[in-house]
Design a protein around this ligand. Sequence first.
Ligand code: GTP
Ligand code: ZN
Length: 293
Amino acid sequence: MTKGRIVHAISGFYDVAVAGGGIVRTKPRGIFRKKGQSPLVGDWVEVDETDEAVISQIYPRKNSLIRPPMANIDKGILVMSAKEPDFSPYLMDRFIVYLGEKRIEPILLLTKMDLLNREERKAMDQVLEGYCSLGYTVISNEGEAFASYLAQLSDEWLLLMGQSGVGKSTMLNRLLPELKLETGDISLVLNRGRHTTRSVTVYPYQEVFIADTPGFSSLQLPYMDKEDLGHYFIEWKDLSPLCKYQPCTHTHEPQCAVKEFCMENDFHHRRYEHYLKALEEVSQQKPHYERKR
Ligand SMILES: Nc1nc2c(ncn2[C@@H]2O[C@H](COP(=O)(O)OP(=O)(O)OP(=O)(O)O)[C@@H](O)[C@H]2O)c(=O)[nH]1
Ligand SMILES: [Zn+2]
């Protein structure tokens, strides 16, 4: 038996990077299908090579996603362009909620800052400072900032996420020039995305693994109780216990500490508006299959 990690899935086969080096192509034991389990890229597994190589055990996951089908992700790199497509703080906050619910740390990677004029750049810097002040890591794709960030990580799995055309492939090509990934204008890229949204490719880079998924334009918030949504707005952590009513949805309740705080400045107020929009969506959700995983 050898412990390893699934790095690639292809037509029912799973390539496992095994302890000691090397990749072994495996099939899962039949028992998994009977139990309704299927291995995911990112899974830690035991491989039994006595006969043909099979996955005999899947270790418990710290998290798993359906789109892309992956497990045990440490960090989500939210790639957002300043323009083309336009920067959307609402989309960013949705991503942050989505990752928060999966216990994945979000890292904000800004692209196309070069397309902004001086005024726009100033406004953008202010928004980014807001996210920095919340404790999030914010990196621009200009210069070597992202490469330097990656250089200080080890043994982590990162997932690149972001709309089509924000510059994910361009970024990967800069890190790994031998990849020569296709990059292109948004309309072409959108077409490609539509056909392959479920595929996932993992690239080793220095001491980390970077998973790339074709872009997508919308993101479904995970199923959650509406009282839980506020947990993913980290700046409210110490405030929500001070709300008069518990649990508080920070909407109609009187003497709500979160609401009072959010009225104080534009950045927090905008986050609060995003919270209200997301709350409406979460309130209308029906429990769906993702909940059972
Ligand atoms: N001006 C400018 N253009 C960029 C930058 N990064 C990427 N681009 C351009 O944006 C377009 C889309 O970039 P891609 O790397 O293909 O986008 P993607 O995120 O991989 O898109 P999907 O493959 O659909 O996920 C290309 O024409 C790139 O040359 C940047 O920092 N500045
Ligand atoms: Zn409240």
